[in-house]
Design a protein around this ligand. Structure first.
Ligand SMILES: *[C@@H]1O[C@H](CO)[C@@H](O)[C@H](O)[C@H]1NC(C)=O
Ligand SMILES: *[C@@H]1O[C@H](CO)[C@@H](O)[C@H](O)[C@H]1NC(C)=O
Length: 221
């Protein structure tokens, strides 16, 4: 009996260890051009780590929203924010002009907490049954976009809106090819549709705000 219980405990512990992200073996590991590899980028020599490795100014200014969607997303990952290496986090800023839209996209490696700093935004996500969960956000509200699910936001207010996000991967990745999903909710999706339709194809291809590629195949019901 005891040995069965022991086996069960060991087995369950092994499963949870197997599924969990690897933990850090040191307090910090900012990336740099030298030495050790752990799970992420190479770590800097400890003697050369400084406070600046743990600060990013990338999200200080609004992104360029002068594009066909009226939106911009900037993300700071381990690549340009060295202190994030091995910490399992990244951060982003979303700027939306009035009626600006971030089209559905997903992050294969991260859940995203999206904090609306100012403005009024309709935000939501689409689960694997194509069910759309959307909600009106006011300044100070937070929504969570579960890992791997397509999500979007749309400025429904009368002023410029800004949101900040934290993602639980230092390298969340982004998938924008929405061919696999079929959105059946009307409301916000019709707005997305109308907005996409009203964007000339050439302009759409020219923007570099990382919110557009692959959306020609998006299905709307
Ligand atoms: C630390 O940085 C200094 C100046 O940036 C460089 O000259 C030195 O080689 C670095 N030391 C180590 C151990 O990497
Ligand atoms: C949000 O902040 C931006 C920049 O400060 C400003 O232009 C905009 O009007 C603000 N929006 C609201 C709803 O306060």
């Amino acid at each position: 009996m005891n040995s069965t219980l022991f086996f069960c405990i060991m087995f369950c512990t092994c499963i949870s260890i197997g599924l969990a992200d690897p933990g850090n073996l040191q307090d910090t590991c900012p990336t740099g051009p030298q030495t050790m590899f752990i799970n992420g980028l190479l770590c800097k020599n400890p003697v050369n780590i400084s406070a600046s490795d743990f600060k990013s100014t990338k999200l200080r200014d609004a992104g360029n929203t002068k594009n066909s969607l009226g939106s911009a997303v900037s993300i700071a990952t381990d690549i340009d924010f060295p202190g994030l290496n091995t910490l399992g986090l990244s951060t982003a800023r979303t700027d939306l002009e009035v009626a600006g839209l971030v089209t559905p996209h997903s992050h294969p490696r991260a859940t995203e907490m999206f904090f609306l700093y100012n403005g009024s935004v309709m935000a939501g996500f689409i689960d694997t049954n194509n069910k759309v969960f959307r909600t009106l956000m006011k300044a100070g509200d937070v929504i969570v976009f579960p890992r791997g699910l397509f999500h979007f936001c749309y400025n429904v207010g009368s002023e410029f809106a800004t949101a900040y996000s934290v993602l639980n991967s230092q390298n969340p990745g982004v998938t924008e090819n929405a061919d696999a999903i079929s959105i059946s909710d009307s409301g916000i999706m019709n707005k997305i549709k109308n907005r996409l339709i009203s964007s000339p194809e050439s302009k759409v291809k020219d923007t570099n705000d990382a919110t557009l590629s692959g959306f020609s195949g998006l299905h709307f019901a």
